[in-house]
Design a protein around this ligand. Sequence first.
Ligand code: CA
Length: 226
Amino acid sequence: MPNERILIVEDEEAIRELIQYNLEREGFRSSSVGTGEEAIKLAKSDQPDLMLLDLMLPGVDGLEVCRAVKRESEDIPIIMLTAKDDESDIVTGLELGADDYITKPFSPKVLVSRVKTVLRRKKSAPSPDISVLDFKYLQIFPARREVFVSGEPADLTFTEFGILKFLAERPGWVFTRSQIVDAVRGDNYAVTDRSVDFQIVGLRKKLGFCSSYIQTVRGVGYKFNE
Ligand code: CA
């Protein structure tokens, strides 16, 4: 049974109770607050294992909370709760360091499973010197910068390889374009937000049927789908 402590930040009492009920049924411990001010204070004093953070809060809003909490303690994972059409807030939140997001309305089941996934990821950060990223039809050798699709070598450019490796090291994580740019920018390569899309097109072409490993997250960015 997990007994990690989850801090729920949500101003709507009914949603807060629904989340709390479902988390506790799964063995999590939880506490909840209704304002951003309390969230920042409690994150600091209690160091929860994960924070579920509604972005639409009265007063200090969710993005402000995210910024403050990540500045104080980068290793408290944050899952944002957002409205479906808040794409720009989702992008901003991810760039501030939020780990994932769930759009409202959500099913409690999905919420619990996302909480578990993010907690699991926190414990198993990608190893920097892994020798192969091995998926069913796709193998990536970071040190040799080689990629095989169904056993056949794929001829990727420096940047395409960088993007593929970055995404594949963290399956399921959504990354914004500028996070991808930051990850792959070499000394001599000028990669911009917009050119990420262009690079992805080229990358997908070279991956053939394995292109479906790279998933577009509309309005937000990209993720590697195992
Ligand atoms: Ca709200």
